[in-house]
Design a protein around this ligand. Structure first.
Ligand code: ZN
Length: 123
């Protein structure tokens, strides 16, 4: 069902946990497989310095959170907010069609975290 890249990412996920002193947080869930994902970010000078995730979910949810957080570290807030689930799926070499909805979680959680950051930093 899953390709080797996805399974590798699931077995050895990167950026698991919660960023110390995070200043942005986003939590999303999906009813279909009961996945819950929380993303925390440390944003400094408009750059994503660190990103971590906690996911209670299926293989696809874990693999995409791991990949998505790796992809946004070092990017600007604008670049990170443009990351789509398609970019993440491509980086993972594809996902089974019935699991595409799980990959949307990472994109949504990152989007919410960035919104949270912007709200907190409104001048
Ligand atoms: Zn799922």
């Amino acid at each position: 069902m899953y390709n080797d890249r996805v399974i590798e990412e699931f077995r050895h996920p990167q950026n698991v946990g919660e960023v110390e002193n995070y200043n942005a947080i986003g939590t999303v869930g999906n009813e279909v497989c009961g996945d819950i994902m929380q993303i925390t970010l440390r944003i400094e000078d408009n750059i994503i310095k660190d990103a971590k995730f906690k996911t209670f979910g299926c293989t696809a949810a874990v693999a995409t959170s791991s990949m998505a957080t790796s992809m946004i570290i070092g990017k600007t807030v604008e670049e990170a907010s443009k990351l789509t689930n398609k970019d993440v799926i491509e980086a993972l070499g594809g996902l089974p069609p019935q699991k595409i909805h799980c990959s949307v979680l990472a994109e949504e959680a990152i989007g919410l975290a960035i919104e949270d950051y912007k709200k907190k930093n409104q001048k």
